[in-house]
Design a protein. Structure first.
Lengths: 246, 355
C-alpha cells in the first residue's frame, strides 16, 4: 500500500505547530471528499485563528468568515450554491463560545451543511486561553489556577446539547491514533454523503491536540488527549438519521 | 405600469426582489418588521430564500455567505438591530462583497423608541463598524423612492463590490403611497468572475478574504483610496429646490425633506427666500450641491429628526465653513413646516443683526 496525497492538499509547508491535529483533520476531509468523488464540489467556510491555516494548504475555494460565523455563513452559502458541498470549519471557541447561537440555530433549521469542529479545549491562536471545552483543572493563560466548575462552569459538551435535535448527523472523532483518524475520516465521509442526499445538518467534532498551548510535547499531548480528554468527551456516533431528506 | 398603493417597507421589499434579490435574512424589530413579513410569503414566489435568523448578527453573517456566493442579498433592521449588523458590514466592506442593508431608522440610542428618527446619521456615514471603511448610503424620501432606490442599490453595490445601505425611517416605512413598481429582472449569479463557488478543473483558486491579504500592505492603500475616490466622485445624489435666489437654504433628507418642501413654499409666501438641498446620498455627502451657493446665501439650516444636529458637520465641511450653519432638530416627531419657517426667519434676523 502506498500513501498518496489527496488531490485537494497542496504540497507546501503548513502554518501549524509540530504535533497539531489540525492538519490531520484537513487530510481527513480531503480523503473523504476524494473517495466520494466530490473534491471539485467543495466550498469551505473558514473561521479565523489556527484553523485558518488551512487556507494555504488546500486547493479548493473558500470564504473567510468572521470569528464564530463560519457555520452561519456556510448556511448562507449553501442556500445559494445548492449543488456544492459546503463545509464550515470551526474550532471549539468559534462553534461553542462566540458562535454557539448559530450552531444551535443552524441545527434547529437543519441547514444542509457539514459543521466540522476541531476541539482542542483551548483558544490556540490567541495564546492558549480557556475555551468552553477546557476541562476542569485545565491550566490556561486565562485560568492560571485551572478551570473551576464553580467559577467557570462545566465544560461544554456538544453531544449533550444537540443529542435530541432533529438533525442528520452528530458524531465525535479523535486523531490520537491511526485507528481513530480512520474512523474520523469515515465520519466526515458519512456526513458529506448525507449532505449530498440532502439530509440536513451534520456536526462532526474532532478531538485534537494543541501541544503548544497544553504546554507539552507532541507525543505527550496525544497521551493527554487519550487519557484525560477522551474519557470526558467520548468518541462515537450519536445521531444518524439515515435518509430523511430535508 | 399602473400605480399601486403600498407601504414603504413593502414597496422596498417588492422592488428589491424585482431587482433580482433572491436572498433575504431578517429578524423582527419595529418599524421594519413588514419587510421580513412581506419577504416571508413573497420570496418563495420568486424562488428565493427568506430566512428569519436567530439574531441580526446571524442575519448579516448569513447574508455574508449568500452574497459571497454571488446572490443579490438583502438584510434589514432598525436602530438596535442595525448596530448588531455592523460586524458583518465591516467584513463585507473589507472583503469586497456587494450587498444591500436597510436601516429603517427609529429614534434614540439604546432601545430608544419606535418612532421615526434620523439619529443614525453618524453611524451610517462614518462607517458604523470597526476599521477603515464607509459605505454608500441612500436616503429615500417616500415610498416611490424606497422602491426606486432598492431597485438601483444592487447595481451600485456590484459596481464597486461594496455594501450599500438604504436609510429610511419609521415614517417612510409605515406610510402608504401610490407607487409605480419597476419591472422584474433576474440576476445571473456567478457572472462577476469573483464569486465563491466550487473550483472546477483548470480554474484558478478563489478565496474570498480580506482584500488586504491578497494585495499586501503595499498595494492595498492605493486600491482602497481609489475605490473611495470613485464612489465619492460618482455617487453624490441630491435634489435642489429654489436655491438660486435663496437666502436661507434648508438641508434635509428623508421624511424631513418633505416637510421642508412645504416650508420653502410657506416661507416664500411670506416673502422669506427659502430654498432646499435634499441629500439623496448621505455618503458620499453631496458636496457638489453646495459648491454653487452664491453670495446671496446667508446661512444653512439643517432640519433633522435628532437632538444633536448630526448632519451639520457635513454641511460645514461642504461649504468650507464659509456660511453660518444651524439646525432644527425634532425628537420623536416629524419636523413641523411652520417651525422650519420660524427658525429660518429667526436665523436670518440673527445673521443680519451681526452684519
Ligand atoms: S497553537 Fe495549537 S491549535 Fe494552533 S497551530 Fe499550534 S498546536 Fe495547532
Amino acid at each position: 500500500m502506498t500513501l498518496r496525497k489527496p488531490c485537494t492538499i497542496k504540497d507546501v509547508h503548513t502554518g501549524w505547530c509540530q504535533g497539531c491535529g489540525h492538519g490531520i483533520v484537513v487530510r481527513c476531509i480531503a480523503e473523504a471528499a476524494e473517495q466520494l468523488g466530490v473534491s471539485d464540489r467543495i466550498v469551505a467556510v473558514m473561521d479565523v485563528a489556527c484553523g485558518a491555516f488551512i487556507e494555504s494548504t488546500v486547493t479548493y475555494n473558500y470564504l473567510g468568515a468572521a470569528h464564530g460565523r463560519p457555520i452561519i455563513a456556510a448556511a448562507g452559502v449553501k442556500r445559494v450554491l445548492k449543488d456544492d458541498v459546503v463545509i464550515a470549519h470551526a474550532g471549539d471557541g468559534s462553534a461553542y463560545a462566540i458562535g454557539i447561537e448559530s450552531t444551535i440555530h443552524a441545527a434547529l433549521r437543519n441547514e444542509n451543511i457539514l459543521a466540522l469542529v476541531v476541539n482542542n479545549c483551548v483558544f490556540g491562536m490567541t495564546g492558549g486561553q480557556m475555551s468552553p471545552t477546557s476541562i476542569i483543572g485545565q491550566r490556561t493563560t486565562s485560568s492560571p489556577s485551572g478551570r473551576s466548575a464553580v467559577r467557570d462552569g462545566s465544560p461544554f459538551d456538544v453531544v449533550k446539547t444537540l443529542r435530541h435535535f432533529d438533525i442528520a448527523y452528530l458524531s465525535r472523532g479523535s486523531v490520537d491514533s491511526p485507528q481513530e483518524v480512520e474512523r474520523t475520516q469515515s465520519m466526515i465521509k458519512k456526513a458529506l454523503q448525507k449532505q449530498l442526499d440532502k439530509e440536513g445538518f451534520c456536526l462532526v467534532e474532532v478531538l485534537s491536540p494543541c501541544p503548544t498551548n497544553w504546554g507539552t510535547t507532541p507525543l505527550n499531548s496525544l497521551k493527554k488527549l487519550r487519557e484525560e480528554i477522551k474519557p470526558l468527551f467520548p468518541v462515537g456516533e450519536y445521531i444518524d438519521k439515515g435518509g430523511q431528506p430535508v | 405600469m399602473a400605480k399601486v398603493l403600498m407601504k414603504g417597507n413593502e414597496a422596498l421589499a417588492e422592488s428589491a426582489m424585482r431587482a433580482g434579490c433572491r436572498f433575504f435574512s431578517g429578524y423582527p424589530i419595529t418599524p421594519q418588521s413588514e419587510i421580513l413579513e412581506y419577504m416571508s410569503w413573497r420570496m418563495p414566489e420568486y424562488n428565493g430564500e427568506c430566512i428569519q435568523t436567530e439574531s441580526e448578527v446571524a442575519g448579516i453573517n448569513m447574508l455574508f455567505g449568500a452574497a459571497a456566493a454571488g446572490a443579490r442579498a438583502l438584510t434589514t433592521s432598525s436602530g438596535p438591530g442595525f448596530s448588531l449588523k455592523q460586524e458583518g458590514i465591516s467584513y463585507l466592506a473589507a472583503d469586497d462583497i456587494p450587498a444591500v442593508i436597510v436601516d429603517v431608522m427609529r429614534i434614540g440610542s439604546g432601545l430608544g423608541d419606535v418612532f421615526q428618527g434620523q439619529g443614525d446619521y453618524w453611524q451610517l456615514t462614518r462607517g458604523g463598524g470597526h476599521g477603515d471603511y464607509r459605505t454608500v448610503v441612500f436616503a429615500p424620501a417616500g415610498v416611490q423612492e424606497n422602491a426606486d432606490i432598492a431597485y438601483a442599490a444592487f447595481d451600485v453595490a456590484e459596481k464597486y463590490r461594496h455594501p450599500v445601505i438604504i436609510a429610511s425611517d419609521a415614517a417612510i416605512g409605515q406610510m402608504a403611497e401610490a407607487v409605480e413598481l419597476p419591472e422584474r429582472k433576474e440576476h445571473d449569479i456567478g457572472t462577476g468572475g469573483w464569486e465563491l463557488k466550487s473550483r472546477k478543473n483548470g480554474e484558478e483558486q478563489r478565496h474570498i478574504v480580506n482584500v488586504y491579504y491578497h494585495m499586501g500592505a503595499d498595494r492595498y492603500p492605493t486600491f482602497l483610496l481609489d475605490k473611495y475616490r470613485r464612489m465619492t466622485a460618482e455617487q453624490q445624489r441630491w435634489e435642489c429646490l429654489r436655491t438660486a435666489d435663496a437666502e436661507i437654504i434648508l438641508v434635509a433628507y428623508g421624511i424631513s425633506s418633505r416637510v421642508c418642501k412645504q416650508a420653502v413654499k410657506d416661507g416664500r409666501a411670506e416673502g422669506l427666500k427659502l430654498g432646499l438641498i435634499r441629500p439623496i446620498t448621505l455618503w458620499p455627502f453631496p458636496s457638489r450641491a453646495f459648491e454653487k451657493s452664491g453670495p446671496q446665501v446667508k446661512g444653512f439650516l439643517s432640519v433633522e429628526m435628532n437632538i444633536l444636529g448630526q448632519m451639520t458637520d457635513d454641511i460645514i465641511l461642504a461649504t468650507g465653513g464659509r456660511y453660518p450653519v444651524k439646525y432644527y432638530g425634532e425628537f420623536a416627531n416629524v419636523p413641523d413646516a411652520g417651525v422650519c419657517v420660524e427658525r429660518a426667519e429667526a436665523f436670518l434676523r440673527e445673521i443680519r443683526g451681526k452684519i
